[in-house]
Design a protein around this ligand. Structure first.
Ligand SMILES: [Zn+2]
Length: 68
């Protein structure tokens, strides 16, 4: 597993990331120019933080209430 943005190797154990990682799956729909495509993005936590800092409206953050 590697970060799409910086190429950094993300430590994994049994296919599970062992550090902060944003795994994003986008299923583009009919009204997009990418109808029928699924895009998968993997970002390390550093790149994710840098990315969302550029957003005009901050990311909606909710606390996870269920215990993992
Ligand atoms: Zn990165």
């Amino acid at each position: 597993m590697r970060c799409n943005h910086c190429g950094k190797e993300i430590k994994t154990e049994n296919q599970m990331a062992k550090e902060g990682v944003a795994e994003i799956t986008l299923r583009w729909g009919y009204f997009s120019n990418k109808d029928g495509e699924t895009h998968k993005i993997c970002l390390c936590e550093d790149c994710y933080d840098r990315w969302i800092r550029e957003f005009a409206i901050p990311v909606l953050i909710e606390e996870n209430t269920e215990l993992l």
